[in-house]
Ligand binder design. Structure first.
Ligand SMILES: [Zn+2]
Length: 113
């Protein structure tokens, strides 16, 4: 039996893979309260739909693991694009693969050393 694989994917605009990140404009407008959570969500979902259309093979390759962890700077259980992205990955997995894919929610932050 192979070892369980875990992949940690940086989804931030600052240091992450751009195809899963929001844009700087979106982040700055949201932080400045120039766009609402709802507007940010709509923009991000549209951006990710375009991303999937342009990079379907990369999206599917990310799913080739036992556990995919989506990383961002936002604390657990706050508004963050990573939960939108998680939902999209689950939908992509169900639509395009025969994997049994489940969203496991947020992990608590590790204790500070
Ligand atoms: Zn975030």
């Amino acid at each position: 039996m192979r070892k369980a694989s875990i992949v940690w994917l940086d989804t931030t605009v600052k240091t992450g893979t751009s195809i899963y990140a929001p844009t700087w404009t979106m982040v700055q407008q949201w932080k400045a309260k120039q766009i609402t959570d709802r507007e940010y969500t709509a923009q991000y979902i549209q951006r990710m739909q375009e991303s999937f259309n342009q990079h379907p093979d990369q999206w599917l390759a990310e799913l080739d693991t036992d556990r995919l962890i989506l990383g961002c700077f936002c604390p657990p259980n706050t508004f963050c694009h990573r939960r939108l992205l998680a939902q999209m990955f689950v939908r992509v997995a169900r639509a395009y693969t025969d994997m049994d894919t489940t969203y496991h929610g947020e992990y608590p932050l590790p204790p500070k050393a």
